[in-house]
Design a protein around this ligand. Sequence first.
Ligand code: HEM
Length: 501
Amino acid sequence: MISIIFVSLTILVIVLAYIYLKQWYAPSLDDLPGVQPHIFFGNLLNSGILKQESTFNQVMIDYQRRFGDKFQYWFGSHRCLAFCRLEHAQAIFSDRHTFEQSPLFLPNFDLLCPNGIVMLTGAKWKRHVRVLLPMLKRAKIVGHLAMITQCTDRFIDRYLHAGQIHRDLHAACQSLTMNVIGLIGFDCDFDANVDSPVKKAFLDFIFHGTLLMITPWVPRWLGKIYLRYNRKYQRAYQLVHKLAEKLVKEEQNKQSEIENERPKTLIASLVSSLNEEANDEDISSGLNHAEIFDEVLMMILAGYDTTSTALTWFIFFASKNPRVQQRMKDELREHNLMMTDDPNYLPSLTPNNLASLTYCECVTKEVLRLAPTASFTTRIATRDTILDDVKINRGQTIFIGLHNINTDARYWHHADPKEFIPERFLAEDQSHHPLAMITFGGGHRACIGQELAWFELKAAIVRLMQRGIIFEDTPENTGGYEEQVTCFPKALAVLVRFEQS
Ligand code: HEM
């Protein structure tokens, strides 16, 4: 008898829980169109994200085609409103009092790096920006050009072999950009090669970050247990933390020897801001030790993963467009910057001659426009509002389709915006709307590393061309998309040749 009551009660509880959840996640598709969500996985399952059959840029473009410029997307149990018009982005980015950084991915993601700037809002975010931003301004970045070319030369000499098909260039690009952020930001030569333990540790970090981001419904305590007992993650954590500790210690020693020097690198700025009493009442009170530690990790992660993906996209687009590679080299010849017959002499790049390379600038811009490195960004509404007739309640998560806007024919007039055509920036699209290209997001939470990304990407691709590299297409070079934190080409297989001077 007792067991019958127990079984009946269990069934009743399960049925009630099911009805409750169904109600709770009840899709209201009345105000905005979308696909009926799965009870637990929302649209992550039926749009192919969880099974890795699609990437977010593909889903956002597909939903816009099917439902228009505004639709809903269920991120697991979270109902998100997606907006894909330039005017939407303009309204959202210009209203910082209504739209703030969204904590959607963060409840679990912040287990990795709780004090990293991406996770912060309000006064704490301002306190961190004050320390980080000055070191990422263009005026500071241009002084590091020689380091960027040196890292690119190392990349060429180590990884590019004439006459061979290269299938692993994304990993090689990651080594390049990790070395750049190490030297520029932390005065440290990581000398990361494809298999180095430091690089593998950061890749493991990114892998777990992605996992936590796409499983926001997993309870926090479960995420904690998972990370605590995952040996691969723990190994990566120890290594990465040891590295951050070493960078901070070395900089502290340096600063104790030379006093009152203005910070020249990120690590110098971070260490000189050290203040265990730092608090949000005074946004210039600096950062405490734990915060500095997390920002070291944040900057290395954000600094290398995104730019390496953009560089990988350049290699892919270049391999499909030999004409573009030729035109870049012609421009370098016009400026007497192409390599010469003397293998020991290579004209040096300076911020001035780099700035004068107009066509190379267009190529850099076109890579950043078309590559879906970060295809969308998110915001949370901090108060009730209305956007394009859509009622948005406080706490509602918003998606902004960055890649949708970057490739929308309503804002791009020179040829098909889905095609790689750098010449568009010399023609009608030269004076495009500033928000037609929002690769780095916008408003107060726009990417703080964008100056570095632009400059580094241009310097690296110019150096590749200057050294006479030719990337040739092959039948296996079919592209496609693969997504972790960033979205990179899935099948990259390019034949490398070296131009004779
Ligand atoms: C091609 C390279 C890059 C791309 C495409 C990119 C893209 C983005 C995007 C779309 C955002 C969100 C902006 C928004 O929500 O409005 C962002 C934020 C951010 N990026 Fe980048 N980024 C790149 C390079 C970098 C670099 C080199 C660094 C650092 C050295 C960096 C550091 C950050 C940080 C810290 C944030 C968060 C800012 C905040 O929350 O206030 N990024 N990035």
